[in-house]
Design a protein around this ligand. Structure first.
Ligand code: 1HE
Length: 259
């Protein structure tokens, strides 16, 4: 692969954005490689991690390539990003982001497609589309806006505001903040933990939670009952529930005392 590294660590597929000389800017060829790597991970892993090689996670859309596109090519390009990022956001595996340096434009859109984001202290976040004369096209108006809220995203896009990692955590863009250089290790550790869950539970968590968020209260609760019943009656659930009752499965641990 030209733009990605791929490594399987136990049950965790680790994808590295690997175009550091262009700050991991995402071109059409890059997105196709990412598509292939996600499909490979779905076939051989139980969780995935995405990180960036070089000084930054990702500088977003490849602007050099974009500038040459016709309007309709732009639409197709954006729809392809939606499709591929959709495999991450509501797909088969839980995905964890290890973020550092610039997480900007399409880089933030990619990160927003993952279920869990771990960022180190060097990470910063921006949506410079307004300054570039374009608009978000990789899902940010839906996913990033829902994470941080409409007012904050509008401010970022109108003013070009870049935010640091502490602000990003307060704004719900990242769930974990770690010291410089530690994001990948922590993300792999968390992904490995998620990989031990029942596959059907992970699938329900990834696919049902965001859909239920889109529903009204009554519809959401109704759908929840069916998913709860479907997962609880799976053979794996029976095995795991019995293991707990027979004291063969771990208890919930207090914060800070987990392995
Ligand atoms: C690029 C890109 C890119 C860097 N497309 N080539 N994204 C942006 O508007 C962000 C643009 N990038 C930056 O603001 C900075 O590059 C960074 C803050 C990310 C990093 O700064 P730095 O000092 O480490 O690197 P650099 O010197 O700016 O960039 C190194 C090279 O990468 C340089 O090329 P070179 O040939 O002169 O060495 C840059 O031109 C190149 N480069 N970013 C193409 N994005 C689906 S819609 C999504 C819409 C968006 O994503 S819009 C936001 C685009």
């Amino acid at each position: 692969m030209d733009y990605l590294t791929y490594e399987l660590i136990g049950d965790v597929a680790v994808l590295g954005l690997n175009r550091p000389e262009k700050r991991n800017a995402i071109s059409d060829a890059f997105i196709e490689e990412l598509a292939g790597a996600i499909r490979r991970a779905e076939a051989e892993a139980k969780a995935g991690v995405i990180h960036g090689h070089g000084p930054h996670f990702c500088a977003g859309l490849d602007l050099a390539e974009h500038v040459k596109k016709t309007p309709f090519e732009g639409v197709h390009g954006s729809r392809r990003w939606h499709e591929v990022f959709g495999w991450l956001h509501r797909g088969k595996l839980p995905w964890f982001g290890a973020l550092h340096g610039a997480v900007v434009g399409g880089g933030l859109e990619l990160a927003s497609s993952l279920q869990v984001r771990v960022a180190d202290s060097t990470a910063f976040f921006a949506l410079p589309e307004g300054q570039r004369g374009i608009f978000v096209g990789g899902g940010a108006s839906v996913r990033s806006a829902r994470l941080m809220g409409l007012a904050r995203m509008t401010d970022m896009m109108l003013t070009g505001r870049a935010i640091d990692v502490e602000t990003a955590e307060r704004w719900n863009l990242v769930q974990y903040v770690v010291p410089e250089g530690m994001a990948l290790e922590r993300a792999v550790e968390l992904a490995a933990r998620a990989a031990t869950n029942a596959e059907i539970s992970n699938y329900a968590i990834i696919n049902a939670l965001p859909r239920i968020q889109d529903m009204g209260t009554d519809d959401g609760l109704f759908v929840e009952s069916f998913i709860a019943s479907f997962t609880a009656t799976s053979p794996e659930a029976e095995e795991r529930l019995n293991a707990f009752l027979q004291k063969k499965a771990g208890k919930v641990t207090r914060p800070g005392s987990e392995a």
